[in-house]
Design a protein around this ligand. Sequence first.
Ligand code: DMJ
Length: 643
Amino acid sequence: MTTPALLPLSGRRIPPLSLGTSSFPHHRATLRLSEKFILLLILSAFITLCFGAFFFLPDSSKHKRFDLGLEDVLIPHVDTGKGGKNLGGYLIHGQGHDEHRHREEEERLRNKIRADHEKALEEAKEKLKKSRDEIRAEIQTEKNKVAQEMKKKDSKPLPPVPIPNLVGINSEDPTDQDIREKRDKIKEMMKHAWDNYRQYGWGHNELKPIARKGHSTNIFGNSQMGATIVDALDTLYIMGLHDEFRQGQDWIDKNLDFSVNSEVSVFEVNIRFIGGLLAAYYLSGQEVFKIKAVQLAGKLLPAFNTPTGIPWAMVNLKSGVGRNWGWASAGSSILAEFGTLHMEFVHLSYLTGDPVYYNKVMHIRKLLQKMDRPNGLYPNYLNPRTGRWGQHHTSVGGLGDSFYEYLLKAWLMSDKMDTEARKMYDDAIEAIERHLIRKSNGGLTFIGEWKNGHLERKMGHLTCFAGGMFALGADGSRDDKAGHYLQLGAEIAHTCHESYDRTTLKLGPEAFKFDGGLEAAAVRQNEKYYILRPEVIETYWYMWRFTHDPKYRQWGWEAAQAIDKYCRVSGGFSGVKDVYSSSPAYDDVQQSFFLAETLKYLYLLFSNDDLLPLDNWVFNTEAHPLPVLHLANTTLSGNPAYR
Ligand code: DMJ
């Protein structure tokens, strides 16, 4: 049987490899093999001879051989073209001259090595005479020098860009005395929070106001990056607390270092640090904030190195290794986390001229656009390896919230040019209204949570921000439904106010239900806490700006008084564990967002509208104001280089 190996597809016959039956081609091949073998033997004998002869040559000849080779390579100005490669008299003359030069060179090198050795020995002897502490101090000085050098290198000014129109950074005091006094009270609360943090928690991420020491949570890993300082800067600035602002700036300039071996939340670091630094930069014009924001953004970029480009939830700032939260469905990334980077990243590209940040967030958007959405809803979980949704849970509160917020704000921040973002927002909100928004038996409008085809009639404190979002998105909404969305915003504000008003402390619980006779009330113990969150006050402020209905100032003032009464302690402000108890326990944490958001929104609620007007500023999800970029006149959005 002919084996297929003998009849290859090309049709050319291959000689058999078998040594079995003798054939002419096989015989010829055997002869060629033995000829080759003899040639190989002669060649190897010749090489062995040359090698042996070399070892019998005098030393100087060996050096010359190697030096010549070296010179050919390393000394380009020697004209080897004329003499070096030639076998004529010129070469012989050149070799004699070279020999002399090489001997001199060798001598020089030997002397240098000797001198270096002697110097090192001397230094070592000197060192040994010194005490351990002296040696340590010297090492430290050297280290500092290197660190300073690196700092200088890192702090190179970024390319100048036209700064957008920054209107409304300052504003007149309110003319109404009552409003002025309320605003002053909020400023005093800010000072109390800041001063205590400064005294007891300075440089730590947050403050423990009862224990009077620093505090940190896993979102910042084991770092001490002064989260409260960065988060509070813009609030200090708009309140006119300029000494405090300078204290913060000084700390950031000297101490804020991102080369730490720490695993941090990409989302939290983006909204609090990058957002905070960018806002501080735009408000104050101090370059240091821009430089730090860009340095930090560079440290977050490795988080995007996933098979899909959907970033990991966490990244180690030093190694760049990323991973997801252990609790997230099927190793997924979280919608509210990877979907809340857009505003800051667009600003980073704008300020640096580097499209890398813009490309990262646009890639996320494009990927989301292509995906099927169950009932038009975005699930909270997306696997960054497979690009597939995890559990089909949808929420306008935790895990989903700021994704929707950033769609709307991307459109606003682009001076309404980014119509793609507006469309995605409109589509998402329509699906949310259809499937998640309901009226309770008592007539309260609430936003529930979608869990595997079932509506849970529960709303989180976090979800209360949506009242402000609906009001902010009313203008420009599809089918001219501005009135409808403003009304929806008002209804959510009302429901959230009820969740406060129905408690003992007049502070809202973390989550509340509309089930089995319950109306905006928490049942489980672990849903009754208030941790100084801003969302309800945020919605009051937006509603105030769009309607000027005095009830929003009234509700805001009620919340401010309750915070001052029940959360204030001598060491700062603390969250409380049960808003239905008249003597609640403290959680002993002064959250950084209390200074960034809660107190800022309260202050704005009692300020004139021309302080950070909403036509010119868009607040990120941590309440850091970023200016509207008039992208129609810049290269950013339309330029193919940025796609
Ligand atoms: C803040 O860090 C941000 O508002 C975020 O979007 C979610 N909530 C906290 C404060 O409650």
